[in-house]
Structure formats: structure tokens, C-alpha cells
Design a protein around this ligand. Structure first.
Ligand code: PRE
Length: 264
């Protein structure tokens, strides 16, 4: 059985094969959450601040739900884990559970791409994956809450997947510190990007994700009707957003990697 990666075990957390196995598992999570989301129309209103009236809050319905979810999950120490990054750091509370002991796996850094992830999700990913809003607003209002609930799941999975780039980067750095120190010292972001890129792995991901989206999205009961998700939209999500943003995380993490070390 393929178990989840154990981030309290340093050698496991920095083993590139383990990290890639975790990224593959997240392909399933992301695809399934997207399938859930796209059964509803876009429901543009839920992304507009004030679009849905919320007592005591000016946030959009989706932001409101995401923020409250993060507040709740912070209490069970979701954001103590080094692979989790909040969209609303100001909403987090003290955990009700005792802290877990995480070894120092990553170097101190402030890389958090959630703002960009959320923006790309709302402006690009959803419009290309969702059916259009129906003219009949009354009917779609019925699923504002359901759509926003699915959004929270997709966004949390995307954020986790993309920020796993930090573990990938740390693993690659440790494999060849001399090469990276040189590139980081000369602030050669393009050089770092080239050094962390593995086109073979990327192509394999795109091939696999197309197959997964086609397989998970087809239901014998629907076969002659239509697939539950547009496989090309999922491939494009990986090609144009997930992999490029993972690489940005890797590069930005490495740019901060020498602070306070012998190489500074
Ligand atoms: O697996 C790696 O080596 C990664 O760096 C991760 C990843 C990805 O986002 O999936 C990103 C860049 C590489 O070109 C290949 C794959």
C-alpha cells in the first residue's frame, strides 16, 4: 500500500522518490475535487466581495468559507505541518492539540503563493472547467454553498501540491549543494529553474493526468452522455498552472536557502 509521506521523518521527507509519490497521490485528490466542483455552474457571484450578503463580513462567500475553515483546522494543528500554507494567516488560532515534533526539514522561508493560486483558480481554472452560469439564477443560487465548499477542497489541495516544491527543492539542493550555491549567489533564477527542471518527469505527469481525468471522469452510467470533467482542462491546469507554480516555489525557496548558513 502506498502510505502518506511522514513529515516527522527527515530522511523520508527529503527522499525525491517519496516526494514524487506524494505528488502523484495529490493528482488523484485534485482531479476528484475538481470533478465535484464542476458539477455546479461557475456561480461567479460567490467570488465577489459582497456578492452574497454575509452578516458581519465583507468577504466573498468563498473567501469567508475558506477563512473559517482555516480557523477551524488550525485548532487541530493543520498549519503546524510544514507542507501546509494558509490563505488567511490572520485567521489562525492556537491548536487545541499538543504540538507535534517536526524535525528541521526545510530552511526558514516565507514563500507562500496562495494569493496567486487563488487568483488563477478564480480567473482561469474555474471558467475553463465549469459549465457556464445558467440564466436561471434562482436555480444556481441553490448551490452557492456547495460550490464554495468544493472550492475550499480544490484550493487546499492545489496549495499543498504546489508548496511541496519546497521539499523537492531542498532535496535537490542537498543532492548537489555546490551547483546550487553558485547559482543562488549570482541570483541566477533562470539557471536555478533549468537546474530543477526535469522535462521527462513533466511529460510523464501530463500523460498520466490525462489518463486519470478520462478514467475518473467517466462513469458507465454517463458514458454516452458526457464525461464528468473535461480532461483537457485538467491537463492544461497541470501544464499551465500547477507545474509552473511548483517551479516558482522551488526557485523562490532556493533563493532564500543560503541565509544564515555557512554559504551566505
Ligand atoms: O519532480 C520534480 O523533480 C519536480 O521538480 C516537480 C515538478 C512538478 O511540479 O511536478 C516540477 C519541475 C520538474 O520539471 C518536474 C516536476
Amino acid at each position: 500500500m502506498d502510505a502518506a509521506i511522514d513529515l516527522t521523518d527527515r530522511s523520508q521527507a527529503l527522499d525525491l522518490a517519496n516526494i514524487r509519490a506524494q505528488l502523484i497521490r495529490l493528482e488523484d485528490t485534485i482531479t476528484f475535487h475538481l470533478i465535484e466542483r464542476v458539477q455546479f455552474p461557475l456561480n461567479q457571484t460567490i467570488y465577489v466581495p459582497g456578492g452574497v450578503r454575509i452578516p458581519g463580513s465583507d468577504l466573498s462567500l468563498m473567501d469567508y468559507l475558506l477563512r473559517e475553515q482555516e480557523r477551524l483546522q488550525s485548532r487541530v494543528r493543520r498549519y503546524d505541518s510544514p507542507d501546509e500554507h494558509p490563505f488567511f494567516p490572520d485567521a489562525l488560532e492556537e491548536p487545541i492539540l499538543e504540538p507535534l515534533e517536526y524535525p528541521e526539514i526545510l530552511y526558514a522561508n516565507n514563500v507562500n503563493l496562495n494569493h496567486t493560486i487563488k487568483q488563477r483558480y478564480i480567473e482561469e481554472i474555474l471558467p475553463s472547467a465549469c459549465p457556464n452560469d445558467r440564466v436561471d439564477r434562482g436555480a444556481s443560487q441553490e448551490n452557492y454553498g456547495s460550490s464554495a465548499t468544493c472550492d475550499v477542497n480544490v484550493l487546499q489541495a492545489l496549495s499543498r501540491r504546489i508548496h511541496f516544491g519546497k521539499f523537492v527543492a531542498e532535496s535537490k539542493f542537498q543532492e548537489n549543494p555546490e551547483k546550487f550555491v553558485q547559482l543562488i549567489k549570482t541570483k541566477d533564477k533562470k539557471g536555478i529553474d533549468e537546474a530543477i527542471t526535469n522535462m521527462k518527469v513533466e511529460l510523464k505527469i501530463l500523460e498520466r493526468i490525462k489518463m486519470k481525468a478520462e478514467t475518473y471522469g467517466s462513469d458507465p452510467a454517463l458514458a454516452e452522455y458526457r464525461n464528468k470533467v473535461d480532461a483537457d482542462a485538467v491537463v492544461s491546469l497541470y501544464k499551465n498552472t500547477i507545474i509552473p507554480l511548483t517551479k516558482v516555489v522551488e526557485v523562490e525557496y532556493l533563493m532564500q536557502r543560503l541565509k544564515g548558513t555557512q554559504w551566505e
